[in-house]
Ligand binder design. Structure first.
Ligand SMILES: NC(=O)c1ccc[n+]([C@@H]2O[C@H](COP(=O)([O-])OP(=O)(O)OC[C@H]3O[C@@H](n4cnc5c(N)ncnc54)[C@H](O)[C@@H]3O)[C@@H](O)[C@H]2O)c1
Ligand SMILES: [Fe+2]
Length: 386
């Protein structure tokens, strides 16, 4: 064992009703005017109104930027930055799923570091602190409220850029499950399985630590017990609360360990075919598990246990296979489609397979997979998941 670092936001407001505690925490930052980064659905569902009432009460200024129309593209960042500067903002508040949160983080990078967002692709390219960022999650999925990452599509090259730096970590994170009660079933499944991927990838990653292992298993257990319930009954607050807790734990875990091959392969699917992030991961999860379990059967056996399977007395390889089956069943139960069922045409997929495999490797994430993998194998895995 060796010493490891564990990065977290300065403050994490967690659990039902925790949003109500935000006013006091924001006053502590001592900033004057926020760029409130969100999307139009947040306005329509009344969450923006709920938040602005809290800000008004705390006498904190804000201007709303609701131009996040889908998963973040480079142009949203420049549009947001323009408003940030014009309105003399001095901090950022994100309200939404991973898309508004990642957009706000990226606006923050450019606000203090300047230049183009493409210059920051990769690890540790951001050299100056961003303005304070408050991240309020409304999906139980990305965990972006507690991560040092932002993922932005470079629309010129169709690449989903992974940008990572300790400076990107939000100052205040809010994970209030009440905000997730309105998430529709398809998004509940996709985001919940995104969190599952974060947890299991972080658990088996070559960068896993004793601390992230514990956190990952807790998240896997919570998701296995609650995702189906939240998918069946969106207003089940207990299931939603457990999913929000799981998603934040999974975020904490991969933030301090890493994601691996699933995320490495899913970003190119998102960039080329505009499938939602969660579903791009979910369509790969069973194929990945089948490919990977042989490298770390002891860990997969523990995953089976965390998923509530009875593996007592089984040889370790058999116990590991139980996890692979349980993962497949979880995906089937919440009706994860295949890539082809998502409307992607075979000929279009084949055309970009090699580029996608190349981009996956370049992102660095597959190098953390416990079973090593090359571009040729990645092409085959894509075909299998199709
Ligand atoms: N930075 C990170 O650490 C990290 C980790 C994983 C994923 N991501 C990124 O996050 C993005 C995906 O985020 P996401 O999966 O949360 O989806 P999202 O933010 O794109 O939201 C998906 C849809 O759900 C709607 N929605 C969100 N909350 C809702 C609510 N409470 N009620 C009703 N509708 C709601 C949104 O308006 C949108 O239409 C991707 O760009 C992905 O790359 C980032
Ligand atoms: Fe993810």
């Amino acid at each position: 064992m060796k010493g490891t670092a564990f990065l977290m936001p300065k403050v994490l407001l967690q659990g039902p009703g925790s949003l109500e505690m935000l006013g006091k925490e924001i006053q502590r930052i001592g900033c004057k005017k926020a760029l409130l980064v969100t999307d139009k659905i947040m306005e329509k569902s009344g969450y923006v109104g709920k938040l602005t009432a809290i800000l008004d009460n705390a006498t904190v200024g804000y201007v709303i930027f609701d131009g996040v129309a889908g998963e973040p593209e480079d142009r949203f960042i420049y549009e947001g930055l323009e408003v940030y500067k014009k309105e003399n903002c001095d901090f950022l508040i994100a309200l939404g799923g991973g898309s508004p949160i990642d957009t706000a983080k990226a606006v923050g990078i450019l606000a203090t570091n300047g230049g183009k967002i493409t210059e920051y692709m990769g690890a540790d390219k951001v050299s100056k602190p961003t303005p304070p960022v408050v991240a309020i999650a409304t999906t139980a999925g990305t965990g972006s409220e507690v991560t040092r990452f932002t993922i932005i599509t470079d629309t010129e090259n169709d690449v989903k850029m992974l940008i990572g730096s300790p400076f990107v970590m939000p100052d205040i994170a809010v994970a209030d499950p009440i905000l997730t009660l309105t998430v529709p079933p398809k998004v509940t499944a996709a985001t919940g399985l995104d969190a599952f991927c974060h947890a299991i990838e972080a658990y088996v990653s070559k960068k896993a630590t004793p601390m992230t292992d514990k956190v990952s298993l807790a998240a896997i257990e919570l998701i296995s017990q609650n995702l189906r319930k939240a998918w069946c009954n969106g207003d089940d607050l207990e299931a939603r609360s457990n999913m929000m807790l799981a998603s934040t734990l999974a975020g904490m875990s991969f933030n301090n360990s890493s994601v691996t091959l699933i995320h490495g392969m899913s970003r190119p699917i998102g960039a080329n075919f505009h499938l939602a992030h969660g579903i791009s991961n979910a369509v790969l999860l069973p194929t990945w598990a089948e490919f990977t379990y042989l490298a770390v059967p002891e860990k997969f056996a523990k995953v089976a246990e965390a998923m509530g399977e009875n593996v007592e007395g089984l040889p370790v390889l058999d116990a590991a296979l139980v996890a692979v089956d349980a993962i497949r069943r979880l995906c089937e139960d919440v009706e994860v489609p295949s890539i082809s069922e998502m409307g992607v045409k075979k000929e279009d997929f084949e055309k970009v397979l090699e580029k996608m495999a190349h981009d996956a490797v370049v992102s660095g994430s597959p190098a953390n997979n416990p079973r090593s993998v090359d571009e040729k194998q990645i092409v085959e895995l894509y075909r299998k998941a199709f």
